[in-house]
Design a protein around this ligand. Sequence first.
Ligand SMILES: *[C@@H]1O[C@H](CO)[C@@H](O)[C@H](O)[C@H]1NC(C)=O
Ligand SMILES: *[C@@H]1O[C@H](CO)[C@@H](O)[C@H](O)[C@H]1NC(C)=O
Ligand SMILES: CC(=O)N[C@H]1CO[C@H](CO)[C@@H](O)[C@@H]1O
Length: 361
Amino acid sequence: MALPDWTLCVFGVASVCGGFYIYRLLSGGRRSAWNRGPLAELMARTERPLFWIAYSLYARTKLGYVFYKRQMKKAREKYPSGHSRTQPTTINGIKIIPVPVLSDNYSYVIIDTASSLAAVVDPADPQSVQSCLEEEGVTLEAILCTHKHWDHSGGNRALKRLHSSCRVYGNLMDNIPGLTHPLTDKDTIDVGTKLRFRAFYTPGHTVGHMIYLLDGRVFGGPSSLFSGDLVFLSGCGRMFEGNASTMLSSLDTVGSLNDDTLLWPGHEYAEDNLLFAAELEPGNITREQKLQWVLQQRGQRLCTSPSTLAEEKQYNPFLRSHAQDLQQALGLQQNHDEDWTSYRARVLEELRRRKDIYKSR
Ligand SMILES: *[C@@H]1O[C@H](CO)[C@@H](O)[C@H](O)[C@H]1NC(C)=O
Ligand SMILES: *[C@@H]1O[C@H](CO)[C@@H](O)[C@H](O)[C@H]1NC(C)=O
Ligand SMILES: CC(=O)N[C@H]1CO[C@H](CO)[C@@H](O)[C@@H]1O
């Protein structure tokens, strides 16, 4: 389909601006670095609209895919053996392997050792995930995709080509590449005899974001939550495609899970996130201890996953919108005519706003 000339022109300008903003967004640069220079004022004024143009280009067009491929190439050159060192966790015949991909992202390979069948969550770099599968000598049965962003879904098609019987799960609303099995809230997915996942619908970061809970009761261990970009160690994802109420109800889904659940997030953001939490609640001992441990791990480029939901409930500000300490730290108070949930959504919104300024990821 040919486009009229003027759309090409708009698209061209938008692509340049868009590319620039995508770069800024994804490189996770601190905002302060951009507050200098002659462009600063123009940028401040055009920031929101340009951001959304860039975001749409990234999320909805081939341009995003081209950008992702470039990032992947650069990351492979920069980190030939991955951005972090990871270790498998084995519990009663279940093996969970974090695969470091791109510059700070994680895919997870989950193996039922008795049947040598595997599932993978967000195989962003198909090459790294494939090497892991070959090393383990397992067959890939299922790809569980949390959301459409290329740094989570970009490897689906390539892996599917290598494993033709592999099923691809995700939410229909999110345009997941290669999707074969659309999911709705609380659907279950079985792989081998011991892997049973429950999918939860958790919109906010994207309209069709899903998280996956590996049910520990099946193998007699703790459950494991693969949270994509909904929850990170001491953090939460940006609210690109939902408001604070939507995000809050998704975060409450996580808050309602058992305390002993292991958390396996999509990115290695622990250090930044804990430093941000420290600014808000400086006196929290649990958080301080976790930060010290994380600094030690990161000093040796070791992976910081998993944490437990019991820990997260103590220090992750995004799971603590109900906590008075936190509300006070933010200088917020419930209005007389405001119900508790709307108030907590307002707390979450303020929290996310501050995090965006602190570090936009
Ligand atoms: C947030 O978004 C949901 C879903 O789109 C909508 O139903 C709700 O009214 C919105 N809430 C606010 C406070 O804007
Ligand atoms: C810190 O964490 C504890 C749990 O260890 C929590 O009960 C408390 O409300 C938090 N307090 C502050 C000031 O951050
Ligand atoms: C949110 C996000 O995209 N995180 C990182 C994943 O990997 C890419 C590619 O290396 C990075 O650019 C992103 O910052």
